[in-house]
Write a protein that binds this ligand. Structure first.
Ligand SMILES: [Zn+2]
Length: 60
């Protein structure tokens, strides 16, 4: 059995490394190789952009 970190599907848990803010605006979402989703987000507080990789729901 693999250890799975309990993590809500969306924004929660993501923190801006620059200001510690947890609020992000999603700029775009796109499918990537490996059945993943790439999300480009922008911190609402400081405007720094981060890219997150998420597993596509429903595809394993
Ligand atoms: Zn920030």
């Amino acid at each position: 059995m693999s250890k799975v970190a309990k993590k809500p599907a969306d924004d929660h848990g993501l923190r801006c490394r620059h200001c510690g803010c947890g609020h992000f605006r999603v700029i775009y979402t796109r499918a990537a190789w490996g059945g993943k989703l790439v999300r480009r987000r922008e911190c609402r507080n400081c405007g720094k952009r981060v890219t997150t990789w998420e597993r596509k729901i429903g595809e394993e």
